[in-house]
Design a protein. Structure first.
Length: 82
């Protein structure tokens, strides 16, 4: 069991077992009226699986590259703005 407390005043809002929360939860604290937004935590393994499907076709992670030169965005040969 885990205690879920208000992020503003630390009042105990509820107790929950791990993996019991499936969707997002929004609770208003009765003491300080702050809204507390809770979401289930994803395991690092599931994040890795999601990222693997979004890589480039060569299997490498894409890096930010300068935008190609256009009429409204001229650049020199090094890719820097003129």
């Amino acid at each position: 069991m885990q205690d879920q407390r208000c992020g503003q005043c630390a009042r105990l809002l509820f107790k929950i077992e791990s993996d019991a929360l499936n969707g997002a939860l929004n609770i208003k604290c009765p003491r300080c009226k702050a809204h507390n937004h809770l979401r289930p935590q994803q395991s690092p393994l599931s994040k890795r699986q999601e990222r693997d499907g979004k890589e480039g076709s060569s299997g490498q992670i894409r890096r930010n590259q300068p935008a190609p030169a256009t009429a409204g965005n001229p650049r020199n040969t090094q890719g820097e703005p003129l």
